[in-house]
Design a protein around this ligand. Structure first.
Ligand code: HEC
Length: 157
């Protein structure tokens, strides 16, 4: 009987964890839908969003200013959209190299790829080399600046 109860508890815990994950995924999906509906428009594509890294007040201000300019986001959708933007395009540490990262490294994929990576300067140099091979337009002057920025802020944990 005890073993059975334990089994049930574990199952319930697993189900509630799965439900929380599903809810989180649902919220992300909803945020993405709002973004694609209201921001990927005839006014601009998603590029102005990909090249920014803002905190919650920053994105709230941006979204409000877009609504003033005519973006169609309902009041209920604003916090969902802002939470999504902070999650996907949250703030980055300041410093030389940040602008290069935002402008060059967002052309083929979003910055989640970069944010997930944690490696040494040697590791980053290898990645940057690979990106140059993919065709990243990273100049000779920008490479060492970006490399220092990545090694300093996205080093091994
Ligand atoms: C010309 C397109 C392009 C640009 C610009 C670009 N990347 Fe990539 N990046 C790729 C491709 C394609 C992959 C996937 C490679 C793979 O999965 O083998 C990738 C994968 C990555 C990864 C994951 C590494 C891995 O081993 O999977 C990181 C980190 C990364 N890029 C960082 C950057 C940084 C930093 C910049 C800015 C200098 C950048 N990328 C610019 C095309 C690009």
């Amino acid at each position: 009987m005890t073993r059975f109860r334990l089994g049930v508890c574990a199952a319930i815990a697993a189900i509630s964890m799965a439900a929380a994950a599903a809810q989180d995924a649902q919220k992300t999906e909803r945020g993405e839908q709002i973004l694609n509906g209201a921001c990927n428009t005839s006014c601009h594509d998603l590029r102005p969003i990909d090249t920014q890294a803002l905190d919650e007040p920053g994105w709230t201000k941006d979204v409000k200013s877009m609504i003033e300019k005519g973006a169609e986001v309902t009041a209920d959708d604003v916090p969902v959209l802002v939470a999504y933007l902070v999650k996907q395009h949250g703030p980055l540490p300041d410093g030389p190299g940040k602008d290069i990262l935002l402008n060059i490294c967002t052309r083929c994929h979003d910055l989640q790829r970069v944010r997930r990576e944690r490696t040494s300067a040697e590791g980053w140099l290898e990645i940057l080399d690979a990106m140059l091979n993919e065709g990243a337009p990273l100049s000779e002057q920008d490479l060492p600046v970006l490399l220092r920025y990545l090694a300093r802020n996205f080093g091994p944990q």
